[in-house]
Every structure is written in C-alpha cells, then in structure tokens.
Design a protein around this ligand. Structure first.
Ligand code: GLN
Length: 197
C-alpha cells in the first residue's frame, strides 16, 4: 500500500513519521510518499492532508493541480484524512471568514466548519478527549483549531470537546480538528490504516 502526504505546507514530516510508525507497529507493508506535484495522488491508496494554513494550502494545491486529483480520489473511495487545515479543506461549507477571503475548499465532506473556532496561535492547547471506539482518552493538541458546526446525515461524529464537534467520519473521509501527528499515541493513525481494509 502507498500512502501520500500532501507536502506543500504544514505538518508534513510529523505525519510521514506517524503513519510510518503506525505501519511498522501493525506489521503492515507500506510506502509513505510526499506529494508536492500533480500525478502522484492517483498512485496512492490513502491520502493525508496536514494542518498548516488552509488558505495557502488550498491555493497551492489548486495551482499544482492536486485539488482535482484529490476530489477524484475521494469519489473513488480512497481513504483521506484531513487534520486541522486539512479538515477545513475537506468541508463542503465554510464560515464567514471562508466567504470573505473567497477561499476555495475541496468540498468533499458533508460538514460545515468554523475555521478558527479555538482562537489564534497563542490559544493553542492540549487536552484529553474521548474518541469513539477508544477505551481511554486521547491527548489532543489543538493549534488555532477549527470546529465542525454541522454534519450531514452520512457523517459519524467521533469526538466532541465541550459540546463542539472535533472529529468526524464520512465513509472514506476522516477529519480531525486537532493534530494526532504531534503526539506519540498511534491510535488515530491506526484507525486511519484500518479504513483502508
Ligand atoms: N485554522 C487554521 C486555518 O484555517 C488551521 C490551523 C492549523 O492547521 N493548525 O488555516
């Protein structure tokens, strides 16, 4: 199996390492590649869109021709995980800020987002959260994190924090408001690998 991490901007290395660790720990054979240009997305069995700055990331992905490839992959059922800015990009509906900046989203998941729900950089924090199916809490790192403000009927809510949705899944798509690649706990990356089975 081949897993592609969109490597244009943001927490790329951390995701590459985390997914590689998850592959090793579960004795799966797999290759992790970094995607900077068009042409590689169609060769991948799973994709990760990291955190960063969703306006910049979205614009560059579009310019490189990667956005349309991701949309096709999503339609074909390829598992896609978006974390933080990646979550924003997966969403079908943005907030006022998205409208104001004219930011283009991939619009592939039936969720609406609040881009900076958890404040700006200085308001970054970590906290223990409950995650559906996990038998103990997960230490989640939030950095200028978005939230999910609405979900469609096919979307399963996986985690809420203080009554706000922070993780959800719709078939082959997984979106997280926090950064599982910044902690050593492999459970979210393992969960994502299981989505490929
Ligand atoms: N809120 C940021 C954005 O919309 C994302 C922050 C992050 O990925 N750490 O771009």
């Amino acid at each position: 199996m081949r897993i592609g991490v969109i490597a244009i901007q943001g927490n790329v290395e951390e995701h590459v390492n985390a997914i590689q660790r998850a592959l090793d720990r579960t004795c799966r054979q797999g290759e992790v590649i970094k995607i900077k240009h068009k042409g590689l997305v169609p060769t991948c069995d799973a994709l990760i869109i990291p955190g960063g700055e969703s306006t910049t990331l979205g614009r560059l992905m579009e310019k490189e021709g990667i956005s349309s490839e991701i949309k096709n992959a999503a339609n074909e059922g390829v598992p896609i995980m978006g974390t933080c800015a990646g979550l924003v990009l997966l969403a079908k509906r943005g907030d006022e800020l998205v409208k104001k900046t004219g930011q283009s989203l991939l619009s592939i998941m039936d969720i609406a987002v609040n881009r900076n729900a958890f404040g700006r950089q200085k308001e970054s924090f970590e906290t223990l959260i409950d995650f559906k199916g996990f038998d103990s809490p997960f230490n989640a790192v939030f950095i200028r994190a978005p939230s999910i403000t609405w979900v469609g009927k096919d979307v399963e809510i996986l985690s809420e924090y203080k009554g706000v949705i922070i993780a959800a899944r719709q078939k082959n798509m997984l979106s997280l408001a926090f950064h599982p690649e910044l902690t050593d706990d492999p459970r979210i990356h393992n969960y994502f690998l299981k989505m490929m089975e």
